[in-house]
Design a protein around this ligand. Structure first.
Ligand code: SAM
Ligand code: SF4
Length: 336
């Protein structure tokens, strides 16, 4: 495509969409208590986009001016042959940033290859540094394996490496400063994410376990001098970042409850079965798989479907922990 007449993705509220989170699978080797129920039924495999279809979707977005794609899931690194997709996406010249969110279980094996294939930034979820607690929060995770994965990612030299931690009151809120120390020791970033009411879970009561970003910032601020940062490289998204003196580590807080960031929203999500979600907190979506699998499929039709979808991107989301979740899909279906 000729980039000079590339249409841009602009929604009704004048927001430019240049960032796509692409879920490559809804499956996962963990069952984190805030993300999934213990017994999950997953999308039947024929309904999940093939690697070729995922590439077509990514290609369409890049042709529409999207400059950043984050692969997520489920657990992206448990998808069979995922590295072949990563390598193809890494070779797309117009894609400024290929990023990945992972639980880290496969990183020890794959970090070097991901870096070589062109992945620039990696977020690794880590909610506890205590093996038993880590197991109870992830239900299946092995802490040692994940830490080895993080260290392999440090060695691989990504442009950005960040720990994501979801803190639940009474579960891991006593580990906030230990997690910060873990990041400081490695010179990597860390972001604390407020739990979101996605999917019906019965393992805990979300209203009781809620820990606000404000509380966490106070806990950390009581020990370390935090200095608020702007967003110089444009990678913060909905996170607010702080520096600790001259240390390279940045500490971020992602607050879908206490801080509404919808007016800055530059992103859309694609689920593993090819549903284009216009907002994390609303059900507005468009079926891209139907377009991809139509007998008269063309890349131009796919691009037009995406352009048309911008007209239904909602202005904002409303999350309320006291109510039933408005969103019945689980986070693994949404793509984080
Ligand atoms: N499996 C990968 C991982 O865990 O990093 C990628 C997918 S996961 C759904 C993406 C991110 O969403 C993780 O950092 C996870 O902690 C976060 N997450 C999952 N469920 C959440 C919820 N209910 N509220 C807030 N964050 C959640
Ligand atoms: Fe899997 Fe990530 Fe969800 Fe945990 S947060 S269950 S690792 S998809």
């Amino acid at each position: 495509m000729n980039r000079t007449d590339t249409p841009q993705l602009i929604d009704r509220f004048g927001r430019r969409v240049d960032y796509v989170r692409l879920s490559v699978t809804d499956r996962c080797d963990f069952r984190c208590v805030y993300c999934m129920a213990e017994d999950m039924s997953f999308v039947p495999k024929p309904e999940v986009l093939s690697l070729e279809e995922l590439y077509e979707v990514a290609r369409a977005f890049v042709d529409l001016g999207v400059s950043k794609i984050r692969l997520t899931g489920g657990e992206p690194l448990v998808r069979n042959n995922i590295m072949s997709l990563v390598r193809r996406l890494g070779a797309l010249d117009e894609l400024r940033q290929l990023a990945l969110t992972t639980n880290g279980s496969q990183l020890q094996r794959l970090a070097g290859g991901l870096r070589e294939a062109g992945v620039k930034r990696v977020n690794v979820s880590l909610d506890s540094l205590q093996a038993r607690k880590f197991r109870s929060l992830t239900r299946h995770g092995n802490l040692e394996q994940v830490i080895a994965g993080i260290d392999a990612a440090v060695a691989a030299g990504f442009e950005g490496l960040r720990i994501n931690a979801v803190i639940l009151k009474g579960r891991n809120d006593d580990e906030v400063t230990d997690l910060v120390d873990f990041a400081l020791q490695r010179g990597i970033d860390i972001a604390f994410i407020e739990e979101m009411p996605l999917g019906l879970i019965d393992e805990h009561d979300r209203a009781l376990s809620f820990c606000s970003s404000e509380t966490l910032r106070e806990i950390i601020g009581a020990r370390l001098p935090l200095r608020a940062l702007g967003d110089p490289d444009g990678n913060a998204g909905p996170a607010r970042f702080y520096a600790v003196g001259e240390h390279p580590t940045r500490i971020g807080f992602i607050s879908p409850h206490s801080h509404n960031f919808c007016h800055l929203c530059n992103r859309v999500r694609v689920t593993a079965e090819g549903r284009l979600l216009l907002c994390l907190g609303n059900e507005h979506s468009v079926d891209l798989r139907a377009v991809l699998r139509a007998p008269d499929y063309t890349p131009a039709r796919l691009r037009q479907t995406i352009v048309d979808a911008m007209s239904i991107k909602p202005e904002r989301h409303y999350f309320d922990l006291q109510d039933e979740p408005q969103i019945v899909r689980f986070m693994n279906a949404t793509g984080g």
